[in-house]
Design a protein around this ligand. Structure first.
Ligand SMILES: Cc1ncc(C[n+]2csc(CCOP(=O)(O)OP(=O)(O)O)c2C)c(N)n1
Ligand SMILES: [Mg+2]
Length: 340
């Protein structure tokens, strides 16, 4: 794996998310709809996607800005989508929670918890059929990202069952950030998740299941490389539980000034509900952690690392400028993709 390139991608994702977060203060009321940031999950995202090759595909949740960035999508078009502009990656029709860029293998996302799991399983079935029908045996693989909360959905179990039976070329990456909105994963008096570590659920469906430190890009990459190779070789799915931490609130406020937040409890609980836990997570922040590993290991010097950060800051400023300068959609086109 290109470790410097991995660091660069992690920094680009972090800076993109920082810009989205700041957009609510800098341009109040301009972004409509909720946004969910992936700061804290950069190592998991980039380390996973680094195991893919062209032709492979990815599906994810509403916490979705990082994946297309890692896959090579244009940050300007992603930011413009979040800003609801015609130049957005989906023409402004989708917004933050509905990013898709099939040209880069990013099949899409939605606000429905668990949605990626059956859909990615279907995409893996399609990839298997395509491969069987091609002389070259393309062997494309699908990565399916979802949260710890989504593993409580029935669709998770149905999907893993069929994927195992049919040896589908898929890797399920559960990004366990310890929370479903404000419910802790092990909270006994709530709709939490029984049976830890959650990767043990793989056993029920006769597939390998592993729990890893999702804050270490090298560990993530090594794990995914093995799981992807297994899927490509026709040996079937793997469940990877990638332990990450949500360094931001569950979702960003969409409220214009003076209007109450849609979900004020998100802001109150979230990461700040347990200050000590949050501070410990901040100390283990995967982005500076990876920088430290590269600098200490002599792979990258501090000046080069600073240049990567400066490059990402300039790039994402450009993305915001592009979004702000782009036209709003024509209201007359609002029903264009509505089918009845
Ligand atoms: C089917 C469905 N049920 C409930 C919700 C409300 N909801 C939105 S986010 C969320 C928590 C999901 O937690 P997790 O899967 O761990 O993902 P995370 O947000 O932590 O990344 C819930 C319950 C929803 N959007 N869709
Ligand atoms: Mg979660």
């Amino acid at each position: 794996m290109d470790r410097v390139g991995t660091y660069r991608q992690m920094v680009r994702i972090r800076e993109f998310e920082e810009r989205v977060k700041r957009s609510f203060a800098e341009h109040p009321g301009v972004i409509r709809g909720h946004t969910h940031l992936a700061d804290g999950a950069e190592a998991s995202i980039v380390g996973s996607i680094a195991a893919l090759r062209p032709g492979d595909q990815v599906m994810a949740t509403y916490r979705c800005h990082g994946y297309p960035i890692a896959l090579g999508s244009d940050p300007g078009a992603l930011m413009a989508e979040i800003y609801g502009r015609t130049t957005g990656i989906c023409g402004g029709y989708g917004g933050s929670m509905h990013l898709a860029d099939p040209a880069h293998g990013f099949l899409g996302t939605s606000g429905i918890v668990g949605q990626s799991i059956p859909q990615a399983t279907g995409a893996a079935y399609a990839a298997q059929v395509r491969s069987a029908g091609s002389a070259a045996r393309t062997g494309d693989v699908v990565l399916c990202f979802f949260g710890d909360g989504a593993s409580k959905q029935g669709a998770f179990h149905e999907s893993l069952n069929i994927a195992s039976l049919w040896k589908l070329p898929i890797v399920y990456v559960m990004e366990n950030n310890s929370y479903s909105v404000s419910v802790r994963v092990e909270q006994e008096d709530a709709n939490a998740a029984a049976g830890e570590p959650l990767a043990t659920k793989a056993k029920a469906y006769s597939m390998p299941g592993v729990t890893i430190d999702g804050g270490d890009a090298d560990v993530v990459h090594a794990t995914l490389a093995e799981a992807v190779a297994r899927a490509r070789a026709g040996e079937g799915p793997t469940l990877v539980e990638s332990l990450v931490y949500r360094l931001s609130a569950h979702g960003n406020s969409i409220a214009p000034p003076g209007v109450p937040l849609h979900y004020p409890e998100h802001e109150a609980v979230t990461v700040f509900g347990d200050v000590a836990e949050y501070e410990a997570a901040k100390r283990g922040d995967p982005v500076p952690r990876y920088r430290g590993a590269l600098v200490t290991g002599g792979v990258l010097d501090a000046a080069a690392a600073d240049a990567i950060v400066a490059g990402a800051v300039a790039e994402m400023q450009g993305a915001v400028d592009f979004a702000l300068a782009s036209p709003d959609p024509d209201p007359a086109a609002a029903l264009r993709f509505v089918h009845a």
